[in-house]
Design a protein around this ligand. Structure first.
Ligand code: CU
Length: 122
């Protein structure tokens, strides 16, 4: 009987801490270029700011034109205490719409992903 209640208490604590971590997932808080923005010139990089520190080994972003054509990118880097993921764009982007798809692992071990778009002005 004692063992059972101890086990229940333990699993309850695990549930509470899991719920606490769930609110600490890495969410995209802002980006450059910003979501739905129109930029005047081809950006040299895409910078994604997250709410949590990321694990660079399992975090990255891909960029493609709205026609689906993948844009080549440089190696992603972290800055701002590991919360900002910067992906260099060595090629000049033509005018048009682009979609950034990101996939990250925060240091709490949780994966999140998402996408957003911006436009390079004709
Ligand atoms: Cu999390």
């Amino acid at each position: 009987m004692f063992k059972t209640s101890k086990l229940l208490t333990a699993s309850f604590i695990v549930m509470i801490s899991a719920a606490g971590q769930a609110s600490a997932h890495a969410h995209l808080t802002s980006s450059v270029p910003a979501d739905k923005s129109i930029v005047q010139a081809s950006p040299a990089a895409v910078a994604l700011n997250f709410s949590e520190e990321l694990n660079i080994r399992f975090s990255g972003a891909t960029i493609a034109g709205t026609d689906g054509k993948r844009i080549s990118t440089g190696d992603a880097k972290l800055s701002d205490g590991g919360k900002t993921l910067t992906v260099p764009l060595p090629e000049t982007l033509d005018a048009g719409g682009y979609v950034v798809e990101w996939r990250v692992l925060s240091t709490d071990g949780h994966k999140t992903k998402g996408s957003y778009g911006f436009t390079v002005k004709p």
